[in-house]
Design a protein around this ligand. Structure first.
Ligand code: SAH
Ligand code: SF4
Length: 362
């Protein structure tokens, strides 16, 4: 299987070409064709010499993802399912906001963290995505926008699709450098957000990267007992390990951090938890805000979405305690926009079809 050309950072491509006797400027040309003119074949790169094109064709492919499904919601949200070269299926979502177009990318096929409320966690990780496969999700969405001919550009990225980005750390970092590069899509680091379930070791590492990318932490509970119940990763990284990593990140970067908090009815949405959360975040409230997320119910989990009053009450308690807080607006609820839901439905459908086929064959 050939590698995706999008796997390579600009420096990696430059080195790769120079090692094979090509001039340094070829890498700039190739990147210009890929990210600005956005061609889908090497042969369309008209100012690149034949030899170089041949070399690229022998070693790389431009499109490794195949679009399987594209669902458009009334509010402009578009959900894509892509088939990878090895047959695995991943999902990508485009959302329209007043500030721009944001794409939610997947980083792994499945997820091993196994949070008890999440559709992605139901499907064990079968592998990490390469950096190119993550970049290609953005490129495919951009190509779809280009085809519409309205000049729309992807302006924001959230790494909040299926998978735990810090469990695929190096590929995620390469992905961030590629989309952020001035020579490529040039999506500003401040317009990119990476969300983690709280792998403390990688939070330290991320704080030390020379990247201005935003960080979001999926907290979902203000104490260990409750957090371990809904997120088993809390056993490995309980709050007394996690919070010092966050403090280090804040001190090192001085950037604001988002705490994500899914509102689960009668589980984590009482006044008591709001007060505990306010206390937990008190010493970092100048650099943090809480995103209250209405839960998107998943078929195989028993959790329910909190009542509106509970969400508003939780919000009030945080506000009264001086914590910055927003209630997340939902997009694309009519098309399974919660991470992993479309994919898990598709995987189930495929399994059922396979079983039916096997039955018929017997
Ligand atoms: N693995 C990373 C990033 C992907 S999940 C993480 O956990 O942070 C992105 C966000 O979606 C997380 O905050 C996650 O808790 C949330 N999420 C997962 N399932 C959800 C659901 N059914 N409804 C609402 N949010 C959900
Ligand atoms: Fe994995 Fe994030 Fe889902 Fe947890 S919430 S199972 S870490 S994708």
């Amino acid at each position: 299987m050939k590698q995706s050309i999008y796997d390579l950072t600009f420096d990696q491509l430059t080195d790769w070409l120079m090692e094979r006797g090509h001039k340094k400027f070829r890498a700039s040309q190739v990147w210009d064709w890929l990210y600005n003119k956005r061609v889908k074949e090497f042969s369309e790169m008209h100012n690149v010499n034949k030899e170089c094109i041949q070399l690229l064709e022998e070693n790389f492919v431009i499109q490794t993802l195949k679009q399987e499904v594209k669902q458009e919601s009334a509010d402009g949200t578009i959900k894509f399912l892509f088939k990878l070269q090895d047959g695995n299926v991943i999902e990508t979502v485009l959302m329209r906001f007043h500030y721009g177009l944001s794409v939610c990318v997947t980083t792994q096929v499945g997820c091993n963290i196994g949070c008890s409320f999440c559709a992605s966690g139901l499907l064990k990780k079968s592998r990490d995505l390469t950096s190119g496969e993550i970049v290609e999700q953005i490129m495919n969405v951009q190509h779809a926008l280009d085809d519409k001919g309205q000049g729309d550009r992807v302006s924001h990225i959230v790494v909040m699709g299926i998978g735990e980005p810090f469990d695929n750390y190096d590929n995620t970092m390469d992905f961030l450098r590629i989309v952020n590069s001035q020579k490529g899509l040039a999506i500003g680091a401040r317009k990119i957000t990476v969300s983690t379930s709280g792998l403390a070791d990688q939070i330290y590492q991320f704080a030390d990267e020379d990247l201005q990318v935003n960080l979001a932490l999926s907290l979902h509970a203000p104490n260990d007992e409750l957090r371990t119940r809904i997120m088993k990763i809390n056993k490995a990284y309980p709050l007394d390990k996690l919070m010092p990593a966050i403090d280090y990140y804040l001190e090192k970067t001085n950037r604001r951090i988002t705490f994500e908090y899914i509102m689960l009815r009668d589980v984590n949405d009482h006044k008591e938890e709001a007060e505990q959360l306010a206390k937990l975040l008190k010493n970092k409230r100048h650099l943090s805000y809480v995103n209250l997320i209405p839960y998107n119910p998943v078929d195989d989990h028993s959790y329910q979405r909190s009542e509106k009053e509970a969400i508003l009450g939780f919000y009030d308690t945080l506000k009264k305690n001086g914590i910055n807080c927003v209630i997340r607006h939902e997009n694309g609820t009519d098309i399974d926009a919660a991470c992993g839901q479309l994919r898990s439905k598709q995987v189930k459908k495929d399994k059922k079809r396979k079983q039916q086929k096997e039955k018929a064959a017997n």
